[in-house]
Design a protein around this ligand. Structure first.
Ligand code: ATP
Length: 249
């Protein structure tokens, strides 16, 4: 990929993101039991596993919505575990949440503007919206349309576009194909490939293993709050035993 920023970071050899032995609980209920993983600059990495395995919890913990009870999360070598979500965004991590969560009674344009809440000037917001529109002309065509009237796939693109408004280096995507038809899911994954081609590193949670491995180069398999395997995407696709043991695929 011809992205000097990404290549420079990779040459430096550091992880963009590193989780070391991260434990997270919801009240008294433990959800992550010592998750360790890494993401290199320029990668698309997938987290896969059955319902309740801890994939979304992992993303929510990285983005600052949950606080680890133990362990370390490093972004560019800097500890971010337990940091407030707005500071995590300011450092360059954005999350597009599960179930899309667009504001249905607001236009595409207004939804995108909300994603730029850290921008200091109106001109900067306009500039960023123009960039998102250039990348996703479908959103531009619908910029006055109320988000609630968009198709499921378009709402997903809008949710991702809104996350891109903070110009993240790491984009966290939670189930981008949830509830979409196979054709729309394919469009959303094309969209993810395009974002990646523009130099954004992606950490993706995806229930559909084949979709996930069509876009990711590497995957971590989760089971009951633990990482039970790490494979490159091609290796995982050729491991039917692992796929059926943990994913029923
Ligand atoms: P899914 O695809 O179903 O979201 P997941 O792998 O993302 O699965 P998590 O949502 O991270 O799994 O859930 C991990 C564990 O934490 C599960 O046991 C789940 O029931 C629990 N959990 C998730 N969210 C909450 C919450 N808000 N309060 C209490 N427990 C929760």
């Amino acid at each position: 990929m011809a992205n000097p920023i990404v290549q420079g970071a990779r040459a430096a050899g550091g992880h963009l993101l590193e989780m070391k032995d991260v434990h997270v609980s919801y009240g008294k209920t433990a959800a992550l039991h010592g998750v360790s993983l890494t993401v290199q600059p320029g990668e698309v990495v997938a987290l896969i596993g059955a319902n309740g395995a801890g994939k979304s919890t992992t993303l929510r913990t990285i983005s600052g919505l949950l606080r680890p009870t133990r362990g370390e999360i490093l972004f560019d070598g800097r500890g971010i575990g337990g940091m407030p979500a707005d500071r995590v965004v300011a450092l360059g991590i954005a999350q597009s949440p599960e179930e899309r969560h667009v504001w249905p009674a607001m236009s595409v344009y207004e939804n995108l503007s909300l994603g730029a809440y850290l921008c200091k000037s109106a001109a900067e917001i306009e500039q960023r919206i123009a960039k998102v529109y250039a990348r996703f002309p479908r959103l531009k065509e619908r910029h006055r349309q109320l988000a609630g009237t968009l198709s499921g796939g378009e709402q997903q693109m809008l949710a991702i576009g809104r996350a891109l408004m903070s110009e993240p280096r790491l984009l966290l995507l939670d189930e981008p194909s949830l509830g979409l038809s196979p054709r729309m899911a394919e469009e959303v994954f094309d969209f993810v490939r395009e974002i990646h081609a523009h130099g954004v590193t992606v950490l993706l949670v995806e229930q559909n293993v084949h979709n996930a491995l069509s876009v990711a180069s590497r995957a971590y398999v989760f089971e009951t709050g633990r990482v039970v395997a790490e494979r490159d995407a091609a290796g995982l696709l050729q491991d039917p035993e692992l796929l059926s043991a943990y994913l029923g695929a």
